[in-house]
Structures are given as C-alpha cells and as structure tokens.
Design a protein around this ligand. Structure first.
Ligand code: HMG
Ligand code: MG
Length: 301
C-alpha cells in the first residue's frame, strides 16, 4: 500500500445495525452487504457471534454467513467475544474475526460481563485458534477516549490493553471512540502515546462515533499522524446498547468524500455507496440524514 492508499473498514452491517430496535430481516442485511461490496468496499464487518440476549438484532448471525454471497477479494470479519462465539463462527464458515475489549473496566463489565484481564484471557484461545487456521484478526479497544460510566480515560490505559491484545497475536487494533467524545487533540495524545510505546500507525485503525460531530476532524488529525485505516458505517447508523449516549458511527459516505477531496485512494464509488445508504434508510424507515447522503457528491456544473 502506498502512503496515498486508505483502507475503509465498513462496520455498517454490524455496529450500524446492532443497536436498532426495528426488526431487520436477514435478507435486508444481505442486500446491504451486497450493495457495500458493489460500491467497492473490501472489508465489511458482517455480524456478531455474541449472545443473542445481549444483541438480539444480530441473533441471525448464522443465517447471515450462510446467505453471504462472498466476492473475491472481500473480507467479511465477524465479532467474537468468547470460545462459544468462536465455535459458532467456525461452524458458520467465518475466516476473519474481531475480539473486543475496552480501556475502561466499567464499560468492559457492562458490555461483555468481564474485567479487562478476563477478556484478554477469554480471547487467548480464540486468537490461538484463529492463527492456527490462518484467519485474519483484529482487536478492538473501546472507550479509548472516554467511558460512559467512568468518564475520562487516560492514554496509559489504552496503551496497556493495546499491548495485551497485540501480544495475543491480533493483526491489527481498532481504537474506538465508542461514545463520540474525542477531538483532534485527544487523537494526537492517544495515537502519540501508542507510537511512543512502539505501536505505530501501520498496526492501527481508528473507529470514531460521530455523536458530537467531531469524527471527520478526528480522521483528519489521524491522517496527519500517518493513520491509513478507518472504520465507518454507511448511512451513519451505529451505537452500542451498553454505551448509553453513543450516536452513529462516522458515515462512510462522509469519509469517502473527505478522502476524495484530499486526493487519497479509497477504492469506493460514492454514487454506488449512496445506493447502499438509501437501502439502510429504507430498511430502518428513516430518511437519510448524513451530510453527504443528503447533499451527494459535488459535481461541478
Ligand atoms: P454472560 O452472560 O456473562 O455469558 O455474557 P455466559 O458465558 O455466562 O453465558 C450466558 C448465556 O449466553 C448462556 O446461555 C451462554 O450459552 C450464552 P444460557 O445458558 O443462558 O441459555 N452465550 C452465548 N450465546 C451465543 N453466542 C455466544 C455466547 N456466549 C455465551 N458467543 C457475553 C457474556 C460476552 C456472551 C455477552 O455479554 C455478550 O454477548 N456481549 C456482547 C455485547 C456486544 O456485542 N456489544 C456490542 C459490540 S462492542 C461495540 O459495539 C464497540 C465497537 O463498535 C468499538 C467501539 O465503538 O468502541 C466494537
Ligand atoms: Mg462502535
């Protein structure tokens, strides 16, 4: 990858839908994933093998993987919280997984009913198995910029959990602003601390929620620090039932527009992406509300 190439890691079918209360059919999810691949996305987080009691919306994870029309060159990672999730993911034919913990104890407890240390212990056999099978893996560090229960989170806590996840052998980390509180100075502080600890931009993705409208500013700050992988959700949906106050993820269409104007390569066709964004809105029965979803790309008359 050249320095002008940016990876967009699409989280719409997972993070985007997990907190929605309207029933969404497996077919509507599969159509969404297909439209995202049509638009050129090459990493599409498809679903989660978590407890259906914790996330009822993704209880059809097996059906989603069974119905997936896999496109060549596209990776479809799934969330796995424990050994049970790994068994389900294997049986369903997954080949890329994401484990997820956080930089704050209170959120980790609320989200996965484990301490941070317990979560690392739970992930060890999962990542061992994934490596044995040659699967790609990622580790999420949530609440890296703030916790809905504990408040401010120091960068030392982020570095500590990041190091533990890397020691397990994950391929990359995604650093999450779960409730959307960060501003560029926070991004510089956290990414700088990771870099000082020897965890450089090539091992990192940034995962911004846009609760307070700072996500694109945070992307710009991260780009300046050499980051080249960003998570985003087409249609701008997203949130976590265990992160009260979290609004949508950074919208993929807003990110694509920014990257385009910055002259960076991203491989996504904006018009085709907006078809996927409209599909999400129709599925959820809500009008499109993202900036670029409303305005479209800019065509010089
Ligand atoms: P627990 O209740 O402590 O688990 O939940 P348990 O091991 O005691 O099991 C309780 C029951 O769940 C049992 O069933 C298990 O079989 C079942 P029962 O005997 O009661 O019928 N169970 C499972 N079923 C299916 N699949 C599994 C599984 N594991 C146990 N994998 C657990 C612990 C981790 C399972 C639960 O808390 C959970 O699933 N949490 C997931 C929460 C979640 O998905 N949150 C959203 C994703 S994180 C996020 O959005 C942040 C992110 O976007 C980044 C950012 O924004 O920062 C990634
Ligand atoms: Mg998230």
């Amino acid at each position: 990858m050249s320095d002008r190439d940016v990876r967009i890691f699409e989280v719409g079918p997972r993070d985007g839908l997990q907190n929605e209360s309207v029933p969404i059919s497996t077919n509507a999810k599969l159509r969404f994933i297909g439209l995202l691949a049509d638009a050129g996305l090459r990493e599409i987080e498809a679903t989660s093998f978590v407890s259906p009691k914790a996330i009822p919306q993704l209880a059809d994870a097996e059906a989603v993987l069974a119905g997936l029309e896999r496109r060549p060159g596209v990776r479809y990672p799934v969330l796995v919280p424990n050994a049970r999730g790994m068994e389900r993911a294997e049986a369903a034919g997954a080949d890329a997984i994401c484990v997820f913990t956080a930089a704050s104890e209170a959120f980790t407890q609320a989200n996965i009913n484990m301490t941070i240390t317990e979560s690392i212990d739970a992930f060890r056999p999962v990542i061992d198995r994934a490596r044995e099978r040659g699967w790609w893996s990622r580790g999420y560090v949530s609440t890296a910029f703030g916790c809905p229960y504990q408040g401010e989170v120091g960068e030392a806590a982020v570095v500590a959990v990041a190091q533990q996840l890397l020691e397990l052998g994950v391929d990359e980390l995604s650093i999450g602003d779960t409730i959307g509180v960060a501003a560029p100075a926070d991004v510089r502080r956290v990414v700088g601390a990771l870099d000082t600890a020897g965890i450089g931009p090539d091992r990192l993705a940034m995962h911004f929620h846009d609760t307070r409208g700072t996500a694109l500013a945070n992307v710009a700050a991260a780009l300046e620090m050499g980051l080249r992988t960003f998570d985003a959700s087409t249609g701008g949906t997203g949130g976590c039932p265990y992160a009260p106050g979290a609004a949508g993820n950074l919208a993929t269409e807003d990110l694509v527009y920014l990257l385009e104007r910055e002259g960076l390569e991203h491989g996504v066709d904006l018009d085709a992406l907006l078809v996927a964004a409209r599909h999400v809105s129709e599925t959820l029965g809500r009008p499109v509300s993202t900036k670029v979803g409303l305005a479209g790309g800019w065509r010089v008359p």
